[in-house]
Design a protein around this ligand. Structure first.
Ligand SMILES: Cc1cc2nc3c(=O)[nH]c(=O)nc-3n(C[C@H](O)[C@H](O)[C@H](O)COP(=O)(O)OP(=O)(O)OC[C@H]3O[C@@H](n4cnc5c(N)ncnc54)[C@H](O)[C@@H]3O)c2cc1C
Length: 327
């Protein structure tokens, strides 16, 4: 998701040289893409980004700063990591209007096209409640004053460009939540068909065999709730996904949909998946009784994994930017 999102961003805003250099390797899966926005003092409040970009006069900028929580920010599964990083060009105005977007690769092209280390350092990996398969990293750019960034899009338009990737990511994060809720539903369905416990409410004879718990009304209620969440959110997301592809399509409709998804006035597909996804997985876990809580069954992991998704629920300032980006 991150690699294709970053590659499409380069495709939309990059120069021909940048496209030729990065895109084939990224689409081949050899180079990872990331979105590097968050900083220690700039999480929800991206206007406070302070990573600095100093023009070096040779088509690149010297980058220096810290980035936190960068998903897939460094790992051994790829040859190179291409960060799409927000930074402030030296003497740029404060606030959102001073933010620009840079390609900051872990390895940059040196002489004769040979890759050389670009002073992008992994300062740490976070140990998380869920999503333990994904390395979420703290990055330090330019510890040795040798980190080069390549401007993409116009200076001061960094956040605008970044929203192409972020809007697609919102939908895909929603799909991720719907996928986890879906896996939880099918696991709960299988268990409740096999687990005998109790008897029909009308059966008075304790010597009659127990029935599978799926036959109890409250188990049915929990399963149906999960199914409604899974199918409802998937339908919404699949319908809307094309609108977010690479900023193309019907812009007016796209803008309206963005406002809708941003939670105004009704929550959209992503938020439905996020918020109700947690409730759905929780009910799936409940269907397994005590075993739902134990790691012999996958529900406890699904419950931990789905919890991260509402982290992308943005405060009001984000919503304004989303609408601004759509204009
Ligand atoms: C697993 C994971 C992966 C991530 N991946 C990436 C990534 O790939 N790239 C990246 O750049 N970042 C990434 N992040 C960082 C994520 O975007 C930030 O955690 C998020 O923006 C919130 O910033 P913060 O953690 O500093 O929280 P804070 O900004 O300190 O917010 C703390 C709480 O206050 C609330 N809050 C803050 N401001 C307001 C306000 N104005 N009104 C109402 N409530 C408010 C927030 O909603 C939150 O609940 C990731 C985070 C996690 C946990």
């Amino acid at each position: 998701m991150l690699t294709s999102g970053a590659a499409h961003l380069i495709e939309s805003f990059g120069t021909k040289e940048q496209i030729d250099h990065y895109i084939p390797k990224m689409f081949a899966g050899l180079w990872q893409g990331t979105m590097a926005l968050t900083e220690p003092q700039a999480g929800s409040s991206l206007a406070d980004i302070s990573t600095i970009a100093v023009p070096a006069g040779d088509g690149y900028y010297n980058i220096r700063g810290q980035k936190l929580f960068i998903s897939a920010g460094d790992h051994d599964g790829v040859e190179n990591v291409v960060h799409l990083a927000l930074a402030r060009i030296k003497d740029a105005p404060a606030g959102v209007k001073g933010i620009s977007l840079f390609i900051v690769p872990k390895y940059r092209a040196g002489e004769n096209g040979k890759l050389v280390f670009n002073d992008v350092n992994c300062a740490g990996i976070y140990h998380k409640l869920g999503y333990r398969g994904a390395p979420i990293t703290q990055l330090s750019f330019g510890e040795n004053d040798d980190c080069r960034g390549y401007l993409i899009a116009q200076p001061g338009k960094g956040l605008f460009a970044m929203f192409q990737m972020m809007n697609a990511a919102r939908i895909e994060v929603g799909l991720g939540a719907a996928a986890i809720a879906s896996a939880a539903y099918y696991a709960a369905l299988e268990y409740t068909r096999e687990r005998p416990q109790g008897r029909p409410i009308t059966a008075k004879d304790p010597t009659t065999p127990q029935i599978p718990i799926i036959e109890h009304a409250d188990i049915k209620r929990m399963l149906l709730f999960q199914r409604a969440v899974v199918e409802g959110s998937l339908s919404l997301l699949m319908q809307w996904q094309p609108l977010f592809r690479y900023g193309t399509g019907n812009r007016r409709r796209g803008k309206r949909t963005l406002q809708f998804i941003a939670g105004n006035p009704h929550p959209g597909g992503q938020e439905l998946s996020l918020r109700d996804g947690i409730l759905a997985v929780s009910q799936g876990l409940q269907c397994l009784g005590g075993y739902g809580y134990c790691d012999e069954f996958p529900l406890e992991q699904f419950y931990r994994d789905v919890r991260i998704h509402p982290f992308t629920k943005e405060p009001p300032a984000y919503r304004e930017w989303i609408c601004w980006a759509a204009r």
